[in-house]
Design a protein around this ligand. Structure first.
Ligand SMILES: [Zn+2]
Length: 479
């Protein structure tokens, strides 16, 4: 039994804070009220701080980067007060793997770092339950992950029987607890996916009330068309939709404005959202800087063609110029010495070759002022889009709360709602995201704007601001 005394509860629904104590038994909140004489095994003196539901980061790369396995404590999330993270975005997920291959995450990290001992979602859930996890982890299933298992590296349309098989795999995954389905239409292996395939596959989600998350087909010149396509799909399938890392990119501000207005005009109060983080930097696989004509086949194919002088010269000619500090190497599996290096055009091509096209790049390409405003839009959810790299992996939620405190139109209760019960509802996460009796005890206690205590499934994991290396997380399955 854990007693948390003398706190102001912000329950996550948007309701006003109220003074109370909270009792936790096992992994659940057992009672909320005043318990001045209650004895407990463990007592946290709240000193009048705010007790809120643990935050839910709706878009993370801890799975793509495999930090979920290589750094299971996930301190960077916990220290921000995040108790649950959602992965499987942008078309790539850890499951289902029909042939046990994690090839679809190769653009983020070296998949050989871990042993894969699961295939379908049914095997994945118990595997994850046995693993140490610092935070709760729920996942969508990725379009590219499943598609690659069906067609390999081929860039071709699926046949009707293949779409049937694909639909069946999605259904089974949802029944075993996947939160939804994602696409990464901007990436080379998915860019040619026809609309009718998407419509068939996304329609599978409807009876499950599951969520569809999409990395748009284009975030630059053709952003408007990409958003328009997503809205059509949303209207034709009636499936709740979330655009991943919706961000106003520098040089494309007008396109963004038009796309934003289209969403605003079309969706009203309907179940359509986007997620973003309050920073000016994207993290992108290095190969995505190649001109589109050079993004063909596997990473290996692209690398071999880059080794030809004539191709390199053409790439060099087609690359835009980059400002000083605009590109920095964020990660380079097996080539840690490259991390932190600033890149111009010429260094970029060299880094592509030296890293085997596997580096991750910090790209300072987001309109900062705009994004700080956009995160408070009615349809915005907060997602760090991070797996441990850069400031957003440690500061997304503190920054969000700092910004919220500066706004007259935003109460703390409303800010908490945006990162707790709202995402829990949109991603079908049962019995989390609220401070309520019977709910899982995922809690964050803030005192003087600092995260002091974090509790995951009833266990204290951050104590007086310090992580104590407890791995109390579990896999979250669809409610
Ligand atoms: Zn993405």
């Amino acid at each position: 039994m854990l007693l948390i005394k003398n706190v102001k509860i912000i329950d996550g629904t948007g309701a006003e804070a109220y003074a109370s104590d909270v009792l936790v038994s096992g992994n659940r909140i057992s009672a909320i009220g005043n318990f001045p004489n209650r004895k407990a095994d463990q007592v946290i003196e709240g000193l009048g701080g705010y007790l809120m539901p643990g935050f839910i980061d709706v878009n993370t790369d801890a799975d793509h980067q495999l930090t979920l396995f290589t750094n299971p404590h996930q301190e960077s999330f916990l220290k921000q007060g995040v108790t649950s993270i959602i992965g499987g975005h942008c078309g790539s997920s850890l499951a289902p793997l029909m042939y046990g291959s994690l090839e679809s995450i190769r653009k983020w990290t070296d998949p050989n770092q871990i042993n894969v001992d699961w295939h379908d979602f049914r095997e994945f859930v118990p595997t994850m339950k046995k693993r140490p996890l610092g935070v709760n982890f729920g996942t969508l299933v990725g379009h590219s992950t499943i598609r690659r298992a069906i067609v390999g590296e081929d860039l071709r349309d699926l046949t009707d029987p293949e779409i049937e098989v694909f639909s069946q795999i999605i259904k089974e995954s949802l029944e075993e607890g996947a939160l939804g389905f994602s696409t990464g239409l901007g990436y080379v292996h998915s860019r040619q996916t026809p609309y009718y395939e998407l419509k068939k596959l996304v329609s599978v989600l409807r009876p499950y009330n599951a969520v569809y998350s999409t990395h748009l087909r284009d975030e630059k010149e053709d952003l408007f068309a990409a958003v328009n396509e997503t809205l059509n799909l949303f209207q034709e399938t009636g499936v709740r939709t979330v655009i991943s890392h919706f961000r106003p990119l520098i040089k494309y501000e007008k396109n963004f404005e038009a796309a934003f207005n289209l969403i605003d005009k079309t969706v009203g109060k309907m179940d359509f959202f986007y997620n973003l983080y309050p920073f000016d930097t994207s993290i992108v696989p290095i190969y995505t800087f190649l001109p589109l004509w050079a993004q063909k086949g596997s990473l290996h194919d692209m690398l071999s063609s880059l080794e030809t002088a004539a191709i390199r010269a053409r790439v060099m000619k087609d690359l835009p110029t980059f400002k000083k500090g605009e590109l920095i190497i964020a990660g380079a599996p097996g080539n840690d010495h490259m991390i932190g290096k600033q890149l111009g055009k010429r260094d970029l091509i060299k880094a592509m070759i030296d890293s085997g096209l596997k580096a991750q790049i910090f790209h300072k390409n987001i309109d900062h002022q705009k994004v700080l405003e956009l995160i408070f839009a009615h349809k915005a959810l907060v997602g760090s889009n991070s797996g441990g790299l850069g400031e957003r992996s440690t500061k997304t939620f503190p920054k969000f709360f700092e910004l919220a405190a500066q706004r007259e139109d935003y109460s703390l209760e409303k800010a908490v709602y945006k990162v707790t019960s709202l995402p829990a509802e949109k991603f079908n996460i049962p019995e989390r995201g609220r401070v309520a009796e019977g709910y899982f005890a995922d809690l964050t206690l803030m005192l003087n704007n600092q995260v002091k205590y974090v509790i995951v499934n009833g266990q204290v994991v951050v104590n007086k601001g310090e992580c104590n290396q407890t791995t109390a997380g579990t896999i979250i399955t669809r409610g």
